[in-house]
Design a protein around this ligand. Structure first.
Ligand SMILES: *[C@@H]1O[C@H](CO)[C@@H](O)[C@H](O)[C@H]1NC(C)=O
Ligand SMILES: *[C@@H]1O[C@H](CO)[C@@H](O)[C@H](O)[C@H]1NC(C)=O
Ligand SMILES: *[C@@H]1O[C@H](CO)[C@@H](O)[C@H](O)[C@H]1NC(C)=O
Ligand SMILES: *[C@@H]1O[C@H](CO)[C@@H](O)[C@H](O)[C@H]1NC(C)=O
Ligand SMILES: *[C@@H]1O[C@H](CO)[C@@H](O)[C@H](O)[C@H]1NC(C)=O
Ligand SMILES: *[C@@H]1O[C@H](CO)[C@@H](O)[C@H](O)[C@H]1NC(C)=O
Ligand SMILES: *[C@@H]1O[C@H](CO)[C@@H](O)[C@H](O)[C@H]1NC(C)=O
Ligand SMILES: *[C@@H]1O[C@H](CO)[C@@H](O)[C@H](O)[C@H]1NC(C)=O
Ligand SMILES: *[C@@H]1O[C@H](CO)[C@@H](O)[C@H](O)[C@H]1NC(C)=O
Ligand SMILES: *[C@@H]1O[C@H](CO)[C@@H](O)[C@H](O)[C@H]1NC(C)=O
Ligand SMILES: *[C@@H]1O[C@H](CO)[C@@H](O)[C@H](O)[C@H]1NC(C)=O
Length: 540
């Protein structure tokens, strides 16, 4: 692994006193060689931090902030590259440090998620991962291994090291505890930190982790190609996905024991798509039934991706994910797949998705761009007493839900023979009806909000914690703090669904999300929308 140019040994303890001085020169004075201030200025109470023009990944400005010092730093990295990071230092500091994550291939400093963190009192940072782009634009990776290594892990680690140094100098006090919270690529960044840089964090909250980069991105092509070209007899048009989704809900919602439009146990559902098979041509309604070839596509979409010689490549979607058929709209696969092969695997912009085959997976494994894929040996993070909480929406239409149980099982296979009880330091829960990181389809209205990575901004840009329920039972980050700092082991997180996701004083329903392998079961009495009427039960 190529090392970051920033060496942590040279940093901690070297800090000069800043005593809350928020100027470029004061912060520059405490930076290590190779790091330079882009800007530093205070933001007054209830002020807006104006995100600088050109933050392509995260252009929005967080409003209604607590009083803080905002700064951005540029750090030299490998191959003549640099990465940037932003830092918010609140006047009322809780003594702790928080790093937030990114999404997809996006390059930019995620100021909105930093703002969500600073409302708890954290000194909060976010890295731009070393480039500047939208979520699905991967051109920056083309023949630029330094850029890819920054994105893979160097930028996050380097930003954490320098960010902690600034924090200690600013407050003239070392950070007490360090946390991480991110989703999607952000989830991957958190797990990667646990694997490579176990000293960086005490607690890591990793949502819908895109941890298996080398297989997830090729799968993104494979899954779309099952339904292409649009002229094929097996192609399922977008409107028919609604029909399919309605049938999945009809069959799988009751099978979990409670009829509420929420599929709580998609893996326990014995779905029969043949009920949608078109009848004779005289009665067939092509917009509400599936032909035989279209049924094959349904089977493909819900089957694991298995390559030559029965080699497992990637898990399938869970039932319910078809409600948001993001990878099945349009006449080409998503750029997160095609762009990966073109720019991360070096095939170039002329490469055509119609040439996709399993050799791409082998190439992807061989290159493992930027060492982004997370390995299973988290023993060093365990040894230092670190804690991980992961979660995944059961209706995630971008990263198959099953990839999180797969990761957990393989960490267990790696660590149990070393005598490590994984459950001691790593837990995860699945979120019935939640899509990718946040939200739920309107016909399900599933409780999905628990202040995870990216979730606050899905409600509004100035949300703190879980409005009305700002405690460790409802807020996954507070649950992590209680686990790390007080040793209180989380057994569930109560998810909240606000009416229309807009009125944050009116709750539609709440429900416990149980730590795997327990499942939430209705007690059989009382309001199903009341979390207290549910319990977490072990099924074995
Ligand atoms: C990162 O990737 C390089 C090149 O493939 C490899 O030599 C190195 O071992 C990897 N680093 C780690 C920490 O696995
Ligand atoms: C820090 O600044 C405050 C306010 O200006 C001052 O009262 C305090 O004495 C300073 N502390 C140190 C250690 O310089
Ligand atoms: C904060 O600013 C908003 C406008 O962004 C304003 O409506 C609100 O009254 C202000 N709150 C306080 C406490 O000043
Ligand atoms: C990021 O890219 C945008 C759009 O291409 C550009 O306007 C902006 O200057 C770039 N910002 C940085 C910091 O390079
Ligand atoms: C970095 O820049 C120096 C000076 O311009 C150049 O000699 C060197 O080849 C560059 N290295 C890489 C990896 O691009
Ligand atoms: C992707 O980013 C590159 C470099 O900034 C830019 O030239 C290109 O137009 C972008 N592509 C899309 C589809 O936005
Ligand atoms: C901060 O931690 C470093 C390294 O453990 C230590 O050398 C230093 O004295 C600490 N500083 C304070 C103010 O506690
Ligand atoms: C076919 O099904 C669609 C969707 O269910 C419905 O809107 C339409 O009225 C149906 N057409 C006929 C001729 O039954
Ligand atoms: C599958 O097995 C054949 C015969 O052993 C071998 O030649 C081929 O390389 C294998 N393919 C993969 C992807 O492992
Ligand atoms: C890829 O190939 C298809 C089928 O040959 C063709 O229709 C399409 O235009 C090609 N796309 C690109 C970007 O070259
Ligand atoms: C929620 O949205 C629905 C449909 O748009 C609307 O009828 C209802 O009034 C909204 N409820 C609230 C509390 O805003």
């Amino acid at each position: 692994m190529r090392q970051s140019l920033i060496s942590s040994a040279a940093l901690i303890g070297a800090a000069q006193a800043l005593n809350y001085t928020c100027t470029p020169s004061a912060i520059q004075a405490v930076l290590p060689k190779g790091a330079n201030v882009n800007f530093a200025h205070p933001v007054a109470t209830n002020g807006t931090f104006e995100t600088p023009n050109g933050d392509t990944g995260y252009p929005n400005s967080p409003p209604n902030l607590p009083a803080l010092c905002a700064a951005s730093i540029q750090v030299k990295s490998v191959d003549n590259t640099t990465f940037g990071f932003g830092i918010f230092l609140p006047e009322e500091w809780n003594g702790r440090f928080l790093a937030v994550g990114n999404g997809g291939f996006a390059g930019g400093i995620n100021y909105l998620d930093m703002a969500a963190g600073v409302r708890y009192g954290f000194a909060a940072i976010s890295t731009d991962t070393g480039h500047n782009s939208t979520n699905s634009n991967g051109t920056w990776a083309y023949n630029q291994p330094g850029n890819v290594e920054n994105w893979g892990h160097l930028a996050m680690h380097g930003s954490v090291v320098v960010g902690k140094e600034i924090t200690a100098a600013y407050y003239e006090q070392n950070v007490t505890y360090s946390y991480y919270s991110g989703c999607s690529t952000g989830g991957r960044q958190g797990l990667k930190e646990a694997e490579y840089y176990p000293e960086d964090f005490d607690g890591i909250v990793a949502g819908a982790p895109a941890w298996w980069t080398s297989h997830l991105q090729p799968w993104t092509l494979r899954i779309a190609l099952y339904n292409l070209p649009t002229t094929a007899d097996y192609h399922i048009p977008a409107a028919l996905f609604s029909t399919l989704n309605a049938e999945v809900i009809k069959q799988c919602d009751p099978q979990d024991g409670v009829v509420d439009n929420i599929i709580s146990d998609p893996q326990g559902c014995n779905f029969q798509p043949t009920t949608l098979l078109c009848g004779s041509s005289s009665t067939a309604n092509a917009s509400s039934c599936l032909t035989g070839p279209q049924l094959d596509t349904v089977y493909n979409i819900f089957s694991d991706y298995v390559g030559e010689n029965n080699t497992f490549i990637f898990p399938s979607f869970y039932l319910g994910s078809e409600g948001q058929p993001i990878f099945f709209s349009g006449n080409a696969p998503n750029a997160l797949g095609t762009g990966y092969v073109q720019y991360f695997l070096g095939k170039g912009p002329q490469w055509n998705f119609t040439d996709y085959n399993d050799d791409i997976v082998a190439l992807s494994d061989a290159i493992n761009p930027g060492n982004a894929t997370v390995g299973f040996d988290l023993s060093r993070f365990h040894a230092k007493g670190g804690k991980i909480m992961s979660y995944h929406g059961m209706a995630d239409p971008l990263i198959p839900t099953g990839s999180t149980p797969y990761f957990y099982d393989h960490v267990t296979r790696t660590l149990k023979p070393q005598g490590i009880n994984v459950d001691e330091f790593f837990k995860y829960f699945l979120v019935p009806g939640m899509g990718h990181c946040s939200g739920t389809q309107t016909s399900m209205n599933a409780p999905w909000y628990f202040a995870g990575g990216n979730q606050q901004v899905a409600l509004a840009n100035d949300i703190y914690s879980v409005p009305g329920f700002e405690d460790e039972e409802h807020d996954v980050l507070k649950a992590m703090m209680a686990w790390v700092e007080e040793g209180r082991v989380p057994e569930y997180i109560i998810a909240t669904k606000y009416i229309n996701d807009t009125t944050h004083d009116k709750v539609l329903r709440q429900r416990p999300l149980c730590i795997y392998p327990k499942q939430a079961k209705y007690t059989g009495e009382g309001d199903v929308d009341d979390a207290a009427k549910w319990e977490c039960k072990a099924l074995y």
